[in-house]
Design a protein around this ligand. Structure first.
Ligand code: XMP
Length: 319
């Protein structure tokens, strides 16, 4: 019988056989796939694994601390956390084109990752969280966004001199199997059941130019939305939900007059394959609560809107 238990045993045996005494490097993003690879490799080869977690300043609230708490503190995995916020913000300064923003973020990620890799001695293997659908996607006619996503995550962009061999222990698994073995390996269920988060992170959820001020406001609004979704048992019922920062100022009134502040859009969708999606019909009372909290708690936001566009034609992300 093919249980998560024997998938794990089997993968561990194969990884041990494949890498022997070699050292393995993994780019840990905090997403489901790389997290499960980290947990699995740690179980298989312990200290031979080193993870690099790049904080690009475009992560969600407390995300970096959570990754460090789960992997470094609780599980004892070697994780190097690189604080690269300033570099990413500097590289993005003045850039408003979404695809160029994606490229800048993707390329800088590779540079930062490579610098860390170069500092480590005798790394032989690069681990990746490739899963079976990724294998199919890149074999078939990868179109448009799928291709862009691949090229973004693709560490095939790593410099020649590194010459690392690939270890991809999830290559034959579907997402639900990856989730099951993640739970079995002891990863927290909220990490395993997380909505997808794009590689460029908040970089594509801040429309136009990315600024730290915007990212900070967006992080707080997003955290309120996600927190309330969890509290009201909506998080697991929607496929993906997040806040978007709109850099336009809209008028609001307070006791002492009119103020012009930014707008937050909330997006929540239901989908099976992320190719088409319907906007989630969240209850008005719930949206009301989230809107009030965001406006009351975040100085700088005076208006909240809910995105009621389906895909197609609207994409899930705003950029
Ligand atoms: P769209 O916005 O195209 O998104 O409807 C479909 C799914 O893909 C995710 N997405 C990305 N993921 N890098 C990624 O890793 C990207 O540049 C990117 N753009 C969109 C999006 O979050 C949704 O799950």
């Amino acid at each position: 019988e093919w249980t998560s238990g024997n998938i794990i045993e089997d993968s561990i045996a194969r990884v041990r056989e494949q890498v022997g005494n070699g050292k393995v490097l993994l780019g840990l993003s905090g997403g489901v796939d790389s997290s499960v690879v980290a947990a699995l490799l740690h179980r298989a080869i312990g200290d031979q694994l080193t993870c690099v977690f790049v904080d690009n300043g475009l992560l969600r609230q407390d995300e970096g601390d959570q990754v460090m708490a789960t992997f470094a503190r609780h599980m004892g995995v070697n994780v190097i956390r690189v604080d690269a916020e300033a570099r990413f913000l500097a590289a993005l300064e003045g850039e408003t084109d979404p695809e160029r923003k994606r490229k800048i973020i993707g390329n800088l990620f590779i540079d930062v990752f490579d610098e860390q890799a170069a500092k480590l001695q005798d790394v032989d293997w690069l681990a990746q969280g490739t899963i079976y659908p990724d294998v199919i996607e890149s074999a078939g006619a990868a179109t448009g966004k799928a291709h862009v996503i691949k090229s973004h995550h693709n560490v095939g962009g790593l410099p020649e001199h590194m010459k690392l061999k690939l270890v991809e222990p999830l290559r034959e698994l579907f997402k639900d199997e990856v989730r099951r073995i993640g739970l079995e390996l002891g990863l927290p269920s909220d990490m395993i059941q997380r909505h997808p988060f794009p590689g460029p992170g908040l970089g594509v959820r801040i429309l136009g130019e990315v600024r730290k001020e915007y990212a900070d406001l967006l992080r707080r609004a997003d955290a309120i939305f996600i927190d309330e979704l969890r509290r009201h048992d909506w998080y697991d019922k929607v496929s993906q939900a997040f806040a978007v920062f709109l850099p336009v100022k809209s008028v609001g009134v307070t006791g002492d007059g009119r103020r012009y502040e930014y707008v937050i859009a909330l997006r929540a969708v239901e989908t099976v394959d992320f190719m088409t999606a319907r906007w989630a019909h969240l209850p008005y009372e719930f949206l009301d609560l989230v809107s009030r909290r965001i406006i009351n708690e975040i100085h700088g936001i005076s208006r909240v809107v809910y995105d009621i566009s389906g895909k197609p034609p609207a994409t899930i992300e705003w950029e």
